[in-house]
Every structure is written in structure tokens, then in C-alpha cells.
Design a protein around this ligand. Structure first.
Ligand SMILES: NC(=O)c1ccc[n+]([C@@H]2O[C@H](COP(=O)([O-])OP(=O)(O)OC[C@H]3O[C@@H](n4cnc5c(N)ncnc54)[C@H](OP(=O)(O)O)[C@@H]3O)[C@@H](O)[C@H]2O)c1
Length: 265
């Protein structure tokens, strides 16, 4: 089992609900960290509490931003990045006809293109050493398209496809690719409206601490793909084989979700 002790890790979304916990746990386990987030003040707080961790504030929504972050992280990690954890992400809960075109674009940039661009930048030095690990944090919504999370679902489906193809492409390279898909988690990513909709539809929600331990476990075991939570992990399989059954199972829930998605508050 591969641990993270002594590993040089670039973690994105490190100031977020799960990111700050994952940063602390990786630090406890002896990783050397370059921590990335758009929220520079919150990121500085996270990094200051972890001796030796370096804050790399940056905007991942553009290729230039991603390339800059990798260059800075590489410098602070003595030119070696053993692991890239793509955790930064954006959510959107809206009826698709109400979704702002710029929001759709932003979601695709942060949730799909940023992990691809960052991977593209770290890969050559991993290939030169014949080892490395790319960890992409997706979502159950990347396997089950969820109404009113349509843009978000599309972005996580794309991230899952990227992870699968890249894993196959790198099969003989010594570089591992993991795709880890949590179900809903209690973090600031979910607005009050999403939380209320989640309660009304009895959506299962995990604590970020629990999910972070599962992410760490998947990293240590170099798992290829992991779907967190039951029955969600089972529904992922059912949706692949019998999607019409899932259409029917979700119909009542979707009607409730629509009311929240269309409400003004
Ligand atoms: N929470 C859930 O229910 C849930 C469920 C399944 C999967 N996930 C996935 O888990 C990951 C972590 O989610 P979380 O719940 O920890 O979310 P979170 O609390 O919202 O944290 C996400 C972090 O990413 C940062 N970020 C957003 N856009 C960025 C950009 N352009 N450049 C750099 N950083 C940026 C955010 O910074 P700002 O605050 O400045 O925007 C935030 O600190 C995401 O990929 C998410 O899709 C979450």
C-alpha cells in the first residue's frame, strides 16, 4: 500500500470545505504540500497552520492560471510533484433554462479543463521519473445525471471520462490515475437552497471528515475508481445497465427539486 509520507503533493481547492481537512490530514501523514486555491486569504490561513506547507493562490479557470500554479508549486517542491489532487470545484443548482451561459462555461473550466490542464503540466516530469499519481475528485453526479445539477453533472461526467481514458493511456507508465466520486457532502459548496432541497428529497449527506478519510484510503490503495456511499454506489451500476429504471426512481424527487431550483431565495 502506497502512503503519502514524503510525497510532494499539489492539492487544489485546499481552502474549501474538504480541501482544508485533506490538507491537514496529508500534512499529518508526512506529505510535503503545495496548496492551491482562488481564495488567497483562506488559503493562507490553512497553509500557516501546517509547517512547511506552501500556499499557491491562483485562478484555475484559465490555462495560464493552471500553468503558473504548476510552475510555482514545482519550485516550492524542489521541482518534483509526485501527486496532483484535483479537488477544486464549482457547483450549480438551477433549472437549465435559467443557467447563465457564463456560469456553464466557468463550471466546465474549473471542473474539467483545470484538472486536464494541470495534469498536462505535471505529466512530463512524472513520465521522466516513471512514477506519479493523478487523483481526480468527481461526484456521484458524474455517473448519474441529476436534474437541476445539469451543468455540474455534465462537468463531472467529463472528468470521469478524462480519468478513465488517461488511466488506460498511462497503464504502462508507472503513473496511477484515481477517480473518486463522493455523494453529497456538508460543505460550503452546497448553498442553503441545496441543503433545504436535500432535506426535502431525503438526499444522503456525508460529513467532510468522513469523505476525506475515504479519499485518503483510496489514495493509499491507488484505487482506480471509487464511488462513496450506499445505496448511491449501487445506483451508479444500475444507472449504467438500466437507466430507464433510474429515470422512474428519480421522477418524484425531480419534481420537488424543481420547486427549489425555480424559487427566488
Ligand atoms: N460538497 C459536495 O456535496 C460534493 C459532493 C461530491 C463531490 N464534490 C466535489 O468535491 C470537491 C471539493 O468540494 P467541496 O465541497 O470541498 O467544495 P468547496 O467547499 O466549495 O471548496 C472548493 C474550493 O475550490 C475553490 N475554487 C473554485 N474555483 C476555483 C478557481 N477558479 N481557482 C482556484 N480555486 C477555485 C473554491 O474557492 P472559492 O471559495 O474562492 O470559490 C473553494 O475553496 C469538488 O470538486 C466537488 O465537486 C463535492
Amino acid at each position: 500500500m502506497a502512503g503519502v509520507q514524503g510525497k510532494h503533493i499539489l492539492l487544489t481547492g485546499a481552502a474549501g470545505g474538504m480541501g482544508r481537512i485533506l490538507a491537514r490530514r496529508l500534512h499529518e501523514e508526512g506529505a510535503r504540500l503545495a496548496l492551491v486555491d482562488a481564495n488567497a486569504d483562506a488559503l493562507a490561513q490553512v497553509a500557516d497552520a501546517l509547517a512547511g506547507a506552501v500556499a499557491v493562490p491562483g485562478d484555475l479557470a484559465t490555462y495560464e492560471g493552471c500553468a503558473k500554479v504548476v510552475a510555482q508549486a514545482g519550485q516550492s517542491l524542489d521541482g518534483r510533484i509526485d501527486m496532483l489532487i484535483n479537488l477544486a470545484g464549482l457547483n450549480s443548482f438551477a433549472a437549465f433554462e435559467d443557467e447563465a451561459p457564463a456560469r456553464i462555461e466557468m463550471l466546465m473550466h474549473v471542473n474539467v479543463l483545470a484538472p486536464m490542464w494541470l495534469t498536462r503540466e505535471v505529466l512530463p516530469q512524472m513520465q521522466a521519473r516513471g512514477q506519479g499519481h493523478i487523483v481526480n475528485v468527481g461526484s456521484i453526479f458524474g455517473s448519474i445525471g441529476f436534474a437541476y445539477f445539469t451543468s455540474y453533472s455534465a462537468s463531472k461526467f467529463a472528468l470521469r471520462g478524462f480519468s478513465e481514458a488517461l488511466r488506460r493511456e498511462l497503464a504502462d507508465s508507472g503513473i496511477k490515475v484515481s477517480y473518486i466520486a463522493p455523494r453529497a457532502v456538508r460543505t460550503p459548496m452546497n448553498t442553503d437552497k441545496v441543503m433545504r432541497m436535500g432535506e426535502a428529497t431525503k438526499m444522503n449527506m456525508d460529513d467532510p471528515e468522513t469523505v476525506v478519510e475515504r479519499i485518503l484510503d483510496a489514495i493509499r490503495k491507488e484505487r482506480k475508481d471509487v464511488y462513496l456511499g450506499f445505496p448511491e454506489s449501487l445506483f451508479v451500476r444500475i444507472n449504467m445497465l438500466l437507466p430507464r429504471l433510474v429515470d422512474k426512481a428519480l421522477a418524484a424527487q425531480n419534481r420537488i427539486a424543481r420547486k427549489f431550483a425555480k424559487s427566488e431565495e
